[in-house]
Write a protein that binds this ligand. Structure first.
Ligand code: MLT
Length: 206
């Protein structure tokens, strides 16, 4: 149930938000801490390391090939991550903060899966280069959830129609989805970061 992770306390004057940082394939719990600090200065940060190893590279769930996911594993690990996050928030006395995921690539995919399978855990999500992780049997009620979905027009891993389908799936559940197209590939650009920062500021102050 537990994950190797980092937790950074909220600054005394920081926003009442915890960012759940979810790295991409081959990353770890340290990777996104600087990004979290940049996106929402002073927020608490909870950053777990994915437990699945693919040729020694940490991920949040198993895949059978690139873009082909092991759905049973994804479902089990989405629930497991949700329980870890709930426990961690209590342990660190952060359960009253708004929990917003910030995921990149594989981390964005498990964040999207958590939105679809565990709709009460996250208040929002910043999804960089996400795909449709799975289609749940019934759509969850996501009316209270805001999602910033940032896609690369030239992304060789995530086809544009897949991003579009994810936006539609989340919107159908009632989520407020802000889909942005970057002149970029799979990697993050300063435009992703600048726009995500502005979006986070507006969500936090609303
Ligand atoms: C995934 O496996 O989640 C996606 O293909 C993104 C990646 O990690 O390359």
């Amino acid at each position: 149930m537990t994950f190797n992770h980092r937790f950074v306390e909220r600054a005394p004057d920081g926003p009442p938000v915890t960012l759940l940082l979810l790295h991409g394939t081959g990353g770890n719990e340290d990777d996104l801490l600087p990004l979290g600090r940049q996106l929402l200065p002073g927020a608490a940060l909870l950053s777990p390391r994915g437990k699945v190893l693919e040729h020694g590279q940490p991920r949040f769930f198993r895949r059978l090939a690139e873009g082909v996911f092991d759905i049973d594993d994804l479902i089990a690990r989405s629930h497991e991550l949700a329980r870890f996050v709930e426990t961690a928030l209590k342990t660190y006395h952060a359960e009253k903060t708004k929990l917003i995921a910030v995921g990149y690539s594989n981390g964005a995919n498990i964040a999207a899966s958590m939105l679809l399978l565990e709709p009460n855990v996250l208040s929002g999500a910043v999804l960089f280069r996400a795909m449709v992780p799975l289609v749940p049997p019934a759509l969850p009620d996501l009316q209270a959830v805001s999602v910033f979905l940032s896609a690369g027009r030239m992304d060789p891993i995530v086809p544009a129609e897949n991003t579009q389908r994810l936006a539609e799936l989340l919107s159908k559940g009632g989520a407020h989805v802000d889909l942005r197209w970057m002149d970029a590939g799979h990697g993050l650009t300063t435009a992703d970061i600048d726009q995500a920062r502005d979006w986070l500021m507006s969500v936090v102050s609303s």
